[in-house]
Design a protein around this ligand. Sequence first.
Ligand code: ADP
Length: 321
Amino acid sequence: MSDAVEALKALLPPLAASRLQSLKLADGTATLVLDVAGLDRLERDRLEIAVKDALRTAPGVAEVRVAMTAEKKALKLIAVGSGKGGVGKSTLSANLAVAMARMGRKVGLVDADIYGPSQPRLLATEGRKPQATEKKLIPVASPWGVPMLSMGHLVEPGQAIAWRGPMAGNALGQLIDAEWGDAEILVIDLPPGTGDVQLTMLQRHKPAGAVIVSTPQDLALMDATRAMQLFETGGVPVIGLVENMAGYECPHCGEISDPFGTGGVEAAAGVMGQTFLGRIPLDLSIRIESDAGNPPAASDSPQGEVFAAIARRVLTWIDNR
Ligand code: ADP
């Protein structure tokens, strides 16, 4: 895409940017196609005026034409859940979304882990505040091609801890029912556990499918089984299971050790008749890069390939629905 077109895109108001389908510049005429599905007449008129105001005085632009379409693909929600915290659910959610975006898919990410939102750190959007239309939040653009929303973008760290029940449910609803523009897939990093917040979310928003992540040891697996039952109760099909933190390769001697064992999740998936989606090794670089806001899935490293392989399996499932 030309620099001139990129420069024009950068001038667009956030709502227009999130709904932009195409932008061309020829002979001084900028022609935009915007997806206006779900906007009422007044909102469409305002959007057109805002776009014209933003681009009219840009260099090389003599005229601005705005075309509007309302063909919106259904947004498919993919929930990533775990029976308990600390097993790598957020790490997997972020990297699944980044891997899918690298495969050319339009994918957004919701950090529904309202009690411990970590996605702003994982995807380098800490401290950013989402803008909003009159009715909806506009996702924050991350450097990894994945628009995202997290409670961490709305409240100070620690503030949401006191939320329970309906308040938590409503907050979550706002993140999910945001302006996702032309996104086709929304990855949702669920709060850990199998309580009311999770069940309410499933019943209200009906994800197309769920990915369950677990560490290999028995106790974690029992929690994962509970998570699976939660999805079944909520009528959400389980896409498959992911094993995280298996087999630690010592960075000094190369010896593989298994602090949490290995293979337990694959065996459990087999017993439960579920698909095994892949195994992520316990790898110091995954933690270090993740903490620094560099998702491993954004690179062609072996760690990146592990997440890409899982993302491909999830996409195959989604595309065959
Ligand atoms: P959860 O969302 O289940 O609470 P996180 O994704 O936040 O878990 O992961 C917990 C911690 O473990 C984080 O510090 C994360 O960087 C680290 N971690 C997750 N997966 C791995 C892995 N495969 N190798 C090394 N560290 C990992």
